[in-house]
Design a protein around this ligand. Sequence first.
Ligand SMILES: [Zn+2]
Length: 422
Amino acid sequence: MVNSGILNGMSAKEAIPFITDWLVERGLGRRKVNYKLRDWVFSRQRYWGEPIPLVNCEACGWVALPESELPLVLPELLEFIPGDDGSSPLERAKDWVNTTCPKCGRKAKRETDTMPQWAGSSWYFLRYVDPHNNEALASKEALEYWTPVDWYNGGMEHTTLHLLYSRFWHKFLYDIGVVPTPEPYQKRTSHGMILGENGEKMSKSRGNVINPDDIVNELGADTFRLYEMFMGAFDQPIPWSETGARGCRRFLERVYRLLEMVKPSLEGETSDMRPKLHGCIKKVTEDYERMKFNTAIAAMMTLVNEFYQKGEVSSYELHMLLTLLSPVAPHIAEELNESLGYAALYKTPWPGYDEAALIEDSIEMAIQINGKLRGRMVIETSASKEAIEEAALNNADIAKFLGAKTVKKIIVARNLVNIVAL
Ligand SMILES: [Zn+2]
């Protein structure tokens, strides 16, 4: 700040609280938050909107319709464009416009402007809790049971006006005792926008629009859903990729073929898969909660690779994979799960995991001779240094390479054994 008396030398950030305190101390002002809510034109000259329940009476002026005449319903029209003078299309519905005053019974005209979409979008979620109630917006019991909304996800374009207006609406309804909570929702997130393959916003004029129906018809609804969750971070804008979508389709086909790899003699969790399975349950559970759907799906892809590497899977292990997969590919997951003979996944509780199972019982170690990789072995993690040395020396590949050489020294590192031999 310069040329500002007592504020000289301060940054704006320092000066604002300083001068506010200064004004408060001298009784010249007080702190107040001003929202950027300006006067709001709440009427439109178009057909599709809630009609405004007011009539203009020759004698009384503007009169509100009594509750018994609500809701006021739009008249049926054949032509929806505004008049040449910019008047609302409702002006044309003479039988509807010309009415009588609810107060004095004289001639009156209905308001022909309609409300903007905000009239509905600011509180629609309250109606979801009790959609057939003809007496009230929603019953007190239903509102108390369901609201406030636990988690509200929407597009980025809603983060300013819609959130501001719907909170404003809600606070008004709270003040008049219609809703039980002062805030409409407890948590809010926004998803990123899916861009065209060229990285630009999808639009007809750019010719880069991906039609979801085409994707569903060609690759299936599960692939479409899975790919949307897999394509990138949930809250970031991501370009569509046909290759990526096809990759997701191939993944689901791999999952489908696991059915042929189910070995009836394997029961429950097999010991070698147990750490991998529980690791996957933990990862997917935590990632879903944090809306990291892409990394959750990547973890399931890794587990599927493990099943393929082993060449067989137990019915229960596949059932667990399908349980984890069902939120992002519900149809295929339910179908495969049903053919395994388990109860419907949508009724199945989310699986827990055993922390102790996450620790692998055995590890793979590389074996080197004089610094060159000559073999690998799998050994129990609890094995002693001596046991590891012995197992390395007895390894068939290593024995072949060692031949008549004399072992001088064996170095055991975390997942590596190096044999120094001459
Ligand atoms: Zn009147």
